[in-house]
Design a protein around this ligand. Structure first.
Ligand SMILES: Cc1ncc(COP(=O)(O)O)c(C=O)c1O
Length: 423
């Protein structure tokens, strides 16, 4: 099936599910065991099947199959939020004493997780404030267990060199994790460029309507855990499953199976079946929405470039962008909905501008069908120190727009009238 067909029908067979043709919501907690042996085999991972919704659920499985197919992976596990996806993806590769090498421009929540929370448990991240592959390489040592980056950094809009990072990771026998939230698989498929694991905040473009939290981890199935020798949790016997080895039993699906059986089991960060349903329904129009988001965002970015109220504009597919070449390579169909710009003036002008907007909603989200305006230094990146904000290039004048699906003439008129009132 081609991409657009999978967005609409992937993971669902109209002959199953009592002939329902749209995804049914299996809003139940537990599943029936037909006999004792069957129950024991399910718990020993000798047979596949649903036990309890914390670990798997048929509605959620439809979503997992659909997103795995869209990214071209061997399997996926859906979780309760984008942050849970990042947490589980990293925990599945690390133990106390291990390190992560990550781009310094990752989403603020991810930065906090890696910079503040995980170090308390002995997993330390070395951040790289540069696009140069050699600067990433300088941070890698024998303790490093993965490289972590976003296809398009939120909100700085740097487009990472996935292929360069993948080659570097593989040189050191470690995997590359890519947060592909901003492009969604419609605009970029990181596995085609060598990434090993993908995470998404389903909350954003995949569900697409600002009504459902969720996250997902997808495994390419291509990383050779045995050959690497750095991941005993995947290759050696797991005593919590009677000595089973994930790579021996689940082969190329070892990594993703352990996310479910160890981390959904122990952390409990499952997606609710109702949210899986909302995400499946939103996903049906992903291809149409991403085209429109990208077309409108480029139009707004070009218009902002000519505005006298604006200091600078950043959008990966503007020729003025430092990331234009990477964007052409990795985002040939469009660069998604986020446009960043610097407003001239000070905090007072910023306040007048934001409070004068009528269509752009002042909130913190991206990938919603509605247009949203955010001031990251006061919100999403509030926990960063002044020095960290400066390193990430996020000053008080930094404005992030997520351009929605409204008519662009109306959106531009809204920005213009608010600019006029900002001075
Ligand atoms: C790129 C990116 N990754 C991950 C997340 C976290 O997702 P969630 O809010 O669903 O936890 C966000 C949230 O804004 C994000 O923008």
């Amino acid at each position: 099936m081609k991409f657009d067909t999978i967005t609409v029908q992937g993971g669902m067979n109209p002959g199953d599910n009592r002939a329902c043709i749209s995804p049914p919501i299996y809003q139940n907690t537990a599943f029936y065991f037909k006999d004792l042996d069957f129950a024991a085999d399910l718990f020993d991972l000798k047979t596949a099947g649903d036990i309890y919704t914390r670990i798997s659920n048929p509605t959620t499985n439809m979503l997992e199959e659909r997103v795995a197919a869209l990214e071209g992976g061997v399997g996926a596990v859906a979780v309760s939020s984008g942050m849970s996806a990042t947490l589980a993806a990293v925990l599945n590769l690390t133990n106390a004493g291990n390190e992560v090498v990550a781009s310094a421009s990752v989403y603020g929540g991810t930065f906090n997780l890696l910079n503040s929370t995980l170090p308390k448990y002995g997993v330390v991240t070395k951040f790289v404030n540069s696009d140069k592959i050699e600067d990433y390489e300088k941070q890698i040592n024998e303790k490093t267990r993965c490289i972590y980056a976003e296809t398009v950094g939120n909100p700085t809009l740097d487009v990472c060199d996935i292929e360069g990072l993948a080659n570097l990771a593989h040189k050191y026998s470690i995997p590359l994790i890519i947060d592909n939230t901003v492009p969604s698989p419609y605009l970029c498929r990181p596995f085609e460029h060598g990434a090993d694991i993908i995470v998404h905040a389903l909350t954003k473009y995949i569900s697409g309507h600002g009504n459902s939290m969720g996250g997902i981890i997808i495994d390419s199935g291509k990383f050779d855990w045995e050959k690497s020798g750095k991941f005993p949790d995947l290759t050696k016997k797991d005593q919590s499953y009677h000595g089973l080895s994930y790579t021996e039993t689940f082969k190329e699906a070892a990594y993703i199976t352990r996310i479910r059986t160890a981390y959904l089991r122990d952390l409990g960060c499952c997606l609710s079946p109702f949210n899986a349903y909302l995400t499946l329904v939103g996903l049906e129009t992903l291809h149409l929405r991403m085209e429109r988001h990208s077309e409108s965002a480029l139009k707004v970015a070009k218009w902002l470039q000519n505005s006298e109220f604006v200091k600078w504009v950043s959008y990966p597919l503007l020729e003025s962008s430092k990331y234009y070449n990477n964007a052409k390579k990795y985002l040939p169909k469009g660069a998604s909905s986020i446009v960043a710009f610097g407003l001239k003036g000070d905090r007072k002008n910023l306040e007048k501008f934001v409070s004068s907007l009528k269509l752009f909603i002042h909130a913190t989200n991206i990938g919603d069908s509605r247009s949203i305006i955010t001031c990251p230094s006061l919100t999403t990146h509030r926990q960063l120190s002044d020095e960290e904000l400066e390193k990430a290039g996020i000053g008080i004048e930094f404005i992030r727009l997520s351009v929605g699906l409204e008519d662009t003439d109306d959106l531009i008129a809204d920005l213009e009238q608010a600019f006029q009132k900002s001075v």
